[in-house]
Design a protein around this ligand. Structure first.
Ligand SMILES: Cc1ncc(C[n+]2csc(CCOP(=O)(O)OP(=O)(O)O)c2C)c(N)n1
Ligand code: SF4
Length: 269
């Protein structure tokens, strides 16, 4: 009998995605779906979708999903997790969504140590809207809004989210991985699995930044775009684990504060 070595995870629906050829959103989706399967949380999982190329992830993931206004995935995720601590909540966000318009929500949810797993796909541009500069655009990188290349004087430095998140006390685990070759995909998979574990076993906030390729807006063929991630992006965004706290008492609120949970004790002010 032939041994089955590759199949579609249950966490992914059997549909064709709209992603461009060589876009690593598809790879990231598969890794998240594998983690949903592995931990058996698919039926109690809620994925919070961003505005961006992955806005239609509800068409691809075989679990409940909800759409947040641009950048507000972690605010929406906080509401879900606090109302229903039994659910498994993950956000899936691009760099424009998480690190630009949603930076405030991102930092505060992390600082509160919400029990949520964050998948942050950093492709150094605004993909969906046609390749404008993102907070993560590299210095000298040409985009439609930095046609001569990003400069420190005009646009400041690329924002390093994994480094920022690691400094927040509420964050339990934070890693930056990539997906430009098989070895890196395996590392990214491990990182996503660990972030899920941090929520499932320790009620903690886990953050995984995934360096990703947007061949369309880089105007490169897929293989060249992957090489660009490996050769150029990694210089600015070094890969590795930035924080991984040992299991301990969770800093995260697991439910609504007791005073508010008891009927009649909450007062309008
Ligand atoms: C309030 C608001 N402002 C702006 C937009 C337009 N918009 C949609 S997606 C996007 C950027 C997405 O870029 P990113 O998060 O990096 O995701 P990618 O498409 O690269 O995966 C912007 C600016 C919007 N939908 N809503
Ligand atoms: S525009 Fe870029 S990020 Fe969006 S689907 Fe295409 S390759 Fe992926």
């Amino acid at each position: 009998m032939q041994k089955k070595v590759f199949s579609r995870p249950e966490g992914l629906l059997d549909v064709t995605t709209h992603y461009c050829a060589g876009c690593t959103h598809g790879t990231a989706h598969r890794l998240v779906a594998e983690a949903l399967d592995h931990f058996g949380v698919r039926e109690r999982a809620v994925g919070v979708a961003p505005a961006g190329c992955s806005v239609m992830m509800y068409k691809y993931f075989n679990c409940d999903t909800i759409e947040a206004a641009h950048g507000r995935a972690l605010a929406v995720g906080t509401g879900i997790k606090r109302a229903r601590p039994d659910l498994f909540v993950f956000t899936y966000q691009g760099d424009g969504d998480l690190a630009s318009i949603g930076l405030c929500e991102t930092m505060h949810a992390a600082n509160r140590g919400e029990s949520i797993s964050v998948i942050y796909v950093n492709n150094a541009v605004y993909g969906m809207t046609g390749g404008q500069m993102a907070p993560t655009t590299l210095l000298c990188q040409r985009t439609t809004t930095t046609p001569a290349g990003r400069t420190v004087a005009n646009e400041g430095f690329p924002l390093k989210m994994a480094e920022l998140m690691a400094n927040l006390e509420g964050v339990t685990y934070c890693e930056r991985a990539a997906m430009y070759d098989v070895k890196q995909v395996r590392r990214a998979r491990k990182a996503i699995f660990h972030a899920f574990e941090i929520q499932i076993q320790h009620n903690g906030f886990g953050f995984v930044e995934l360096l990703s390729a947007c061949p369309t807006n880089l105007k490169m063929p897929p293989a060249k775009a992957q090489k660009w991630v490996a050769d150029e992006m990694v210089k600015t965004f070094p890969l590795g684990v930035f924080k991984d706290l040992p299991p301990g008492p969770s800093p995260a609120p697991s439910s609504a504060p007791a005073a508010l949970a008891e009927e009649g004790t909450a007062h309008a002010v």
